[in-house]
Design a protein around this ligand. Structure first.
Ligand SMILES: Cc1cc2nc3c(=O)[nH]c(=O)nc-3n(C[C@H](O)[C@H](O)[C@H](O)COP(=O)(O)O)c2cc1C
Length: 328
């Protein structure tokens, strides 16, 4: 299958994977603002082996999202092998007119598979998965090989700048012979978690160890952040996570130099469109999951605290429309 990574225009702007956030509705909204590639929420390779239905349902996607990358996490090479094959051969369910065609064999093969070497969450650590894997060079290799050997899709990885004793460059040196097409580097160590400075030097040096597409990730909230990151790292593109929360138009902003600030009216218009899509794709559950997005949309606006009190209780699209329209 085609390596879509090679065809992208540089700099490439990518929606980074976000568990509990980057579902089909959010990915579609980000795509509509110019995200070049969108990543799924991380999906458990183990769950895809033993109980695939729920996880596949989480990975549901729409053609509009392509190129779409499914991210896997886990600690067991055998599980990655089965999961990669399943996704490559059978694909994931596709939304069609808002109906989950789960039972009807209407599937979509994603454009790439990514492996998570960056998640610091305790629950994931306990499975020997995510960031802690970077510390286990042998197992990391086995996992990457298991995925590459079981898919024709381009394989990418997402790492930290350092986990414990293992720095990014040592990690990359250990896998330099493997056919990995893209690398997203969250330029913080596992110890730093999600705050603190980004190690732009190590991202730039990664180029000496990795020949594929390099995406720099961490702390991008504006056009100037993106420019600075690209200049300092000489990466091929950037991955954006927090910066897209309640500001999915950031993909347009980083491309065009526009400000990410928008009028209340413009923000509410996007929030309502996003909610309509979430409701269409996930029904009532979509509305419940929209609550956090709505709080992100109103962040920084006058009266946001009061608005949030109402938005965390919404139960229908009408509730959302009423609250937002009343407050324009
Ligand atoms: C809510 C949330 C969920 C995340 N889930 C994942 C995930 O599933 N897989 C992953 O590799 N990184 C995940 N991340 C990390 C982001 O992809 C990104 O590396 C990190 O937030 C740094 O980028 P930022 O400063 O642009 O947010 C998540 C981040 C957030 C905020």
């Amino acid at each position: 299958m085609q390596n879509f990574w090679k065809k992208l225009i540089k700099p490439t702007y990518v929606l980074a994977p976000m568990a509990g956030v980057a579902d089909s509705a959010f990915r579609q909204v980000c795509k509509s603002y110019g995200a070049d590639v969108v990543y799924s929420e991380m999906a458990s390779a183990t769950a895809l082996v033993y109980n695939p239905k729920k996880t596949l349902q989480m990975l549901v996607s729409d053609k509009k999202e392509q190129p779409y990358v499914v991210q896997l996490f886990g600690g067991e090479p055998k599980h990655f092998a089965v999961a990669a094959k399943l996704i490559t051969v059978k694909g994931v369910p596709r939304n069609s007119n808002g109906i989950l065609r789960f039972a009807q064999n209407d599937t979509l093969i994603p454009n790439g598979i990514d492996i998570n070497f960056g998640c610091p969450v305790k629950k994931v650590q306990k499975q020997g998965a995510g960031a802690v894997l970077m510390n286990d060079l042998k197992k990391s290799r086995e996992i990457i090989k298991a995925v590459i050997n079981n898919t024709e899709l381009p394989v990418s990885i997402k790492t930290r700048s350092r986990v414990g004793q293992v720095g990014l460059l040592e990690f990359l040196d250990n896998i330099k012979d493997l056919d990995i097409k893209a690398l997203m580097i969250h330029g913080r160590s596992m110890k730093q978690g999600f705050s603190g400075s980004i190690d732009t030097r190590i991202i730039r040096e990664a180029r000496n160890y990795f020949g594929g597409i390099i995406l720099a990730n961490g702390g991008i909230y504006s056009y100037s952040d993106s420019i600075e990151m690209l200049e300092k790292t000489e990466a091929d593109g950037v991955g954006i996570a927090h910066g897209a929360l309640g500001r999915p138009w950031i993909f347009k902003a980083v491309r065009t130099g526009q400000s990410v600030n928008r009028s209340k009216k413009a923000i509410f218009k996007v929030a309502i469109k996003h909610a309509e899509l979430a409701c269409k794709l996930k029904g009532e559950q979509g509305i419940i999951e929209m609550r956090k997005h709505l709080c992100w949309y109103v962040r920084g606006l006058p009266g946001a605290a009061g608005l949030r009190q109402d938005l965390v209780k919404v139960e229908s699209l009408d509730d959302i429309r009423d609250i937002l329209r009343k407050n324009i």
